[in-house]
Design a protein around this ligand. Structure first.
Ligand SMILES: *[C@@H]1O[C@H](CO)[C@@H](O)[C@H](O)[C@H]1NC(C)=O
Ligand SMILES: *[C@@H]1O[C@H](CO)[C@@H](O)[C@H](O)[C@H]1NC(C)=O
Ligand SMILES: *[C@@H]1O[C@H](CO)[C@@H](O)[C@H](O)[C@H]1NC(C)=O
Length: 363
């Protein structure tokens, strides 16, 4: 018995010793392959950086079988199907607090990284640029901060980038927006509801993205005319509440695949271009709460799929009867003499007496 006792005491001591060692010197387990060993090191480092895990999602993140950890998904390595590696992480809606350690870069086969609706804070470590296979990065709805994570521009496979509802701030690199360099494959990016402050690059239209959501940030300047260049790819464009100024360029009419266009709560001026009547796939159109004026072009209200056209809180002075037949439409608080709930004639006269300047900087 004394022997058994001293042996279990020794084991306990060994465990305590091991748990205080730096992760990279751990070798008490044998792993099926070196990549799973690196994944183990990364995940243990991450577990140490977690301060609260109310759903106990990481409770079973112990021992060498990382593929059995909650939220960790393994698959055959793309370059060597005979070995298994960590291909995905999904801890969505975990309410986990903590930070994201540099060690996560050891997950070199990670393709999907989904962390939405947690409480991670601090920055996204730039070491994540080592995740050469990363395809989807979703860290939305956390407390992440710092500048735009530039490393995403060096992820050659990245298609889906979701940073929305965090506290990122400052500029957004033009390449993210115009799909330059290694952002060429970016198909969807959501950066809404942060503290970014940026301009739309003149060559925005070079982007091949199908979904662009920039809402609730600060944008200086106007919608570039090149936007028409995205006619074959762009499906949704949401730029509400950003301070976007100037006129809507007539090239917008080239966006023949766009289904959702929302530029409400901005400082847009001038008329709605008649070319918008060519946006045949449009279903949701929201231009409310701007300084738009003129007549609503009839072609817009004749768009075959238009279900919801909101143009309230502007200074439009007329709308074709056809517009009243759109399934949902809102024309309140304009200057349309024969419609209810319009602005006062004095308010309209005061606005219309000022000339319109499409160039935002001179408005
Ligand atoms: C968390 O999960 C682990 C492993 O599943 C379990 O042993 C532990 O008791 C759990 N903790 C709580 C507080 O539920
Ligand atoms: C995962 O867990 C199951 C049972 O919980 C076990 O049978 C299996 O061996 C484990 N696999 C790995 C790779 O650890
Ligand atoms: C119509 O658009 C408005 C403004 O964007 C939105 O608040 C409303 O929910 C939409 N209604 C439907 C049924 O899509």
């Amino acid at each position: 018995m004394p022997f058994a006792n001293s042996s279990s005491t020794f084991l306990l001591f060994l465990c305590l010793l091991i748990s205080t060692l730096p992760f990279h010197s751990l070798s008490q387990f044998s792993f099926p392959n070196p990549r799973l060993e690196k994944a183990y090191i990364a995940l243990q480092a991450w577990k140490h950086a977690i301060t609260s895990d109310p759903k106990n999602l990481t409770g079973n993140w112990c021992g060498p079988h990382v593929c059995n950890y909650t939220g960790i998904f393994c698959a055959p390595a793309p370059d060597d199907p005979s070995i298994t590696t960590v291909a995905g992480i999904d801890l969505n809606h975990g309410s986990i607090s903590g930070t994201l350690p540099d060690h996560l870069s050891l997950l070199s086969d990670l393709a999907l990284f989904h962390l939405n609706s947690n409480r991670f804070s601090g920055m996204l470590p730039s070491s994540l640029c080592d995740l050469r296979r990363l395809f989807e990065l979703d860290v939305s709805n956390n407390h992440l901060s710092g500048p735009f994570p530039d490393f995403v521009l060096r992820l050659p496979e990245l298609r889906f980038l979701d940073l929305r509802f965090n506290a990122f701030l400052g500029d957004v690199p033009a390449e993210v927006l115009n799909g330059g360099g290694s952002a060429a494959k970016l198909d969807a990016f959501f950066i809404n509801d942060n503290n970014f402050k940026f301009s739309l690059p003149a060559n925005l239209g070079n982007s091949k993205a199908s979904v662009i959501v920039l809402a609730n940030n600060r944008i200086e300047g106007t919608l570039p005319a090149s936007i028409g260049g995205m006619g074959k790819t762009l499906n949704q464009l949401v730029i509400l509440n950003t301070g976007l100024a100037g006129c809507i360029p007539p090239e917008i009419g080239n966006l023949k695949r766009l289904t959702v266009f929302d530029v409400s709560f901005n400082a847009l001026v001038g008329p709605l271009p008649a070319s918008m009547g060519e946006m045949k796939k449009l279903e949701q159109l929201d231009v409310a709460h701007n300084f738009l004026s003129g007549e609503i072009p009839e072609g817009i209200c004749e768009l075959p799929r238009l279900k919801n056209f909101t143009y309230s809180y502007n200074y439009f002075c007329g709308e074709p009867q056809r517009c009243l037949k759109v399934r949902r439409q809102d024309d309140r608080r304009n200057c349309i003499p024969w419609r209810p709930q319009q602005r006062s004639p004095a308010e309209c006269a005061a606005f219309l007496s000022r000339p319109v300047h499409c160039d935002a900087y001179h408005y």
